[in-house]
Design a protein around this ligand. Structure first.
Ligand SMILES: Nc1ncnc2c1ncn2[C@@H]1O[C@H](COP(=O)(O)OP(=O)(O)OP(=O)(O)O)[C@@H](O)[C@H]1O
Ligand SMILES: [Mg+2]
Length: 251
């Protein structure tokens, strides 16, 4: 395994620091994500979870340290950066779908524009992906005609359409009505089972328990704790994590 690189982590962050002005938002972050691993990132607001995700596909630059993706330092610009962005899918809290394109067009767009896949072929694949996330029947509708859960499943299909090496999820269910959370988490659990490498910022403990290999607890720009999900939720190792969990568990 080792000689063909399979055992090497997909992502390695080493001594990463990031400032917004005077605010030190990522402090000496050291983290690896293995191929096929599902990492849940959890922690209080403002702790740096979104920023951490965004550095991995270089939506944010870093001020110190290094990030290696698939054996190479993150590219700064040009074609290499475009390739990185297509290899690292991103699913946000707000779905960011194109309002004037159908669900099918939204999913087919990336492969057509970035990968130069013929439209008919891209749409055929898009339909298969919509099938996979359970919304093929909605293919010809516009985003506003779909529920939040359906829109988020479209966003996941759109990420999958690029055949990413990993997908970053930043609070994918926190804008959804409660009854739609599960349908999105079910799709994510399925992806995890199929071996997709995923970094998921979420407070959904059920998801973490069902699908995560590791939980990373972040606060004040630091990784405070890194543990197996069951261990983290039942026996957190730090006061900071205990305090945080007591707050999210009471509502
Ligand atoms: N573009 C920006 N410009 C300036 N400061 C920023 C920017 N983005 C984030 N910050 C600051 O960086 C810190 C970390 O923010 P970040 O959004 O990464 O936290 P988070 O853990 O994702 O929080 P939340 O749970 O509320 O989403 C916060 O202090 C935030 O105010
Ligand atoms: Mg955030």
């Amino acid at each position: 395994m080792a000689e063909n690189g399979e055992a090497a982590p997909l992502v390695t962050l080493a001594h990463v620091d990031k400032y917004f002005g005077d605010v030190h938002v990522l402090k000496d972050i050291n983290l690896t994500v293995s191929r096929g691993e599902v990492l849940v990132v959890i922690g209080p607001s403002g702790g740096g979870k979104s920023t951490l995700c965004r550095t991995i596909n270089r939506l944010e630059t870093i001020d110190a340290g290094s990030i290696v993706f698939d054996g190479r330092p993150l590219p700064a610009e040009g074609r290499e950066l475009a390739r990185l962005r297509s290899e690292v899918g991103m699913v946000f809290q707000s779905f960011n779908l194109f309002a004037h394109k159908t669900i099918l067009e939204n999913v087919a767009l990336g492969p057509v524009k970035v990968r130069k896949v013929p439209r008919a072929q891209a749409e055929e694949r898009a339909l298969q992906l919509l099938e996979r996330v359970g919304i093929a029947a909605q293919a010809d509708k516009y985003p506003a005609q779909l529920s939040g859960g359906q829109q988020q499943r479209t966003a996941i299909a759109r990420a999958l359409a690029m055949d990413p090496k990993m997908i970053l999820f930043d609070e994918p269910t926190s804008a959804l009505d409660p009854e739609m959370v599960q349908e999105v988490l079910d799709v994510m659990v399925e992806l995890a089972r199929e071996g997709m490498t995923m970094v998921v910022v979420t407070h959904e403990m059920g998801f973490a328990r069902r699908a995560a290999n590791r939980v990373v607890f972040m606060a004040d720009g630091q990784i405070v704790e890194e543990s197996a999900p069951e261990e983290f939720f039942t026996n957190p190792g730090t006061e900071r994590a205990k305090d945080f969990l007591s707050k999210i568990l009471t509502h």
